[in-house]
Write a protein that binds this ligand. Structure first.
Ligand SMILES: Cc1cc2nc3c(=O)[nH]c(=O)nc-3n(C[C@H](O)[C@H](O)[C@H](O)COP(=O)(O)O)c2cc1C
Length: 368
């Protein structure tokens, strides 16, 4: 068996008080395995423990409040039971050497009254997504127009992020990743395709970035900067997100985030050919972010052992997150290190219930 011992992916990196043994992070992956209480279970603990060899384990997107919900089986971090559930998950990961960042999530307009006890979903503006969403019974129902958050509600939502971050600390997390990507609430504020506000949270780039800045300030106050990260997806169209000038927008975001000395900034912008590569009419933004951002940069989207190594070697990033490759290869860093076979995942079980396609993928058997 060959080994990639000279790979740049396997150099160590220090972030705050954490020393990472290598540069391979687990990207956040929603797997829809909780019950109606949205409490992580022993099955989650096993799943994350199996993947604890990641340099950083970023959890699946995790709701900060009841108004943040939009999918079946996604966990929260706003009730005591959820904090206790996450503590069990994090203890299990720590026992196996892991370092866990909980991804803090508010779906914004990507919800439905049926998920919200009849309330109207909220967003930066009353701009409805096209198409349909799955309701709690599994049926597809049309999206409704969201309600624009009032200014006092924006402040309450910022407090929800801070409260969720404090809960993550109480659960023993090593950090939190603020989910500013993929068309969810923070992205709905950032982009001019979804933010039509005329107050200080809309219009200019500085105004559209204000909500992210306030959330980051509150979460940093709650946890300390070395335990806080932010995720962005500057060039994808996921969840009908769009901006007229993503380079100007996201380089400004990078400059704003420079003020915080965060654990890392996580940019989802796939390599050419990956589904997460920029849309054909969207420029590549990650290099411009790299040029402006002074802190640790994590990139993600379609990387493998070779392209990830090249990204570190070329200086394009400091860490590489892997999503789909980790689903069926819980010991992915070892496989990359040994240049071993990579198991393809079964797509049908990505968002299913139970252990199948979740915790039943075997680690490598290393023969002595
Ligand atoms: C099943 C699945 C669930 C995902 N859930 C999340 C999520 O909860 N939060 C998030 O920011 N991205 C999520 N993503 C995006 C991944 O983190 C990652 O950006 C994407 O898979 C591209 O990286 P990859 O090519 O290494 O898989 C998800 C992707 C998949 C396939």
């Amino acid at each position: 068996m060959t080994s990639r011992s000279d790979s740049n992916l396997f150099s160590s990196l220090t972030i705050g008080s954490m020393t990472l043994p290598h540069r391979i992070a687990l990207a956040p992956l929603t797997r829809c395995r909780t019950g109606a209480d949205r409490v992580p279970t022993d099955l989650h603990a096993l799943y994350y423990a199996q993947r604890a060899s990641a340099a950083i384990t970023i959890t699946e997107a995790t709701q900060i409040s009841p108004m943040s919900i939009g999918y079946v089986g996604t966990p929260g971090i706003h009730t005591e039971e959820q904090v206790v559930g996450w503590k069990r998950v994090i203890d299990a990961s720590h026992t196996c050497g892991g370092r866990v960042f909980i991804q803090l999530w508010h779906v914004g307009r990507l919800s439905h009254p049926d998920w919200l006890d009849g309330a109207t979903p909220v967003s930066s503006s009353a701009i409805a997504p096209q198409g349909a969403i799955r309701d709690p019974n599994g049926a597809m129902v049309p999206y409704v127009a969201p309600r624009a958050l009032e200014r006092d509600e924006i402040q309450a939502t910022v407090r929800d992020y801070a409260n969720a971050a404090k809960n993550a600390m109480r659960a023993g997390a090593d950090g939190v990743e603020i989910h500013g990507a993929n068309g969810y609430l923070i992205d709905q504020f950032l982009r001019d395709g979804t933010n039509g506000r005329t107050d200080e949270y809309g219009g200019s780039i500085a105004n559209r970035v204000r909500f992210l800045r306030e959330v980051t300030t509150a979460v940093v106050d709650a946890c300390g900067p070395s335990r806080v990260a932010v995720r962005l997806s500057p060039s994808n169209r996921f969840n009908q997100i769009w901006d007229s000038d993503p380079i100007a927008l996201f380089t400004h975001v990078a400059e704003v985030l420079n003020e915080f000395n965060l654990a890392y900034l996580h940019v989802l912008e796939g390599v050419d050919g990956a589904p997460s590569a920029p849309a054909s009419d969207c420029p590549r933004v990650a290099p411009s972010i790299r040029a402006k951002y002074h802190g640790i940069l994590m990139i993600n989207g379609g990387f493998d052992a070779v392209t990830g190594d090249a990204a570190i070697r070329s200086g394009a990033a400091d860490l590489v997150a892997y999503g789909v490759p980790f689903i069926a290869n819980p010991d992915l860093p070892l496989r990359y290190r040994l240049d071993a076979a990579i198991t393809p995942p079964q797509r049908a079980t990505w968002y299913a219930q139970g252990a199948e396609g979740y915790t039943d993928y075997a680690g490598m058997r290393v023969e002595s």
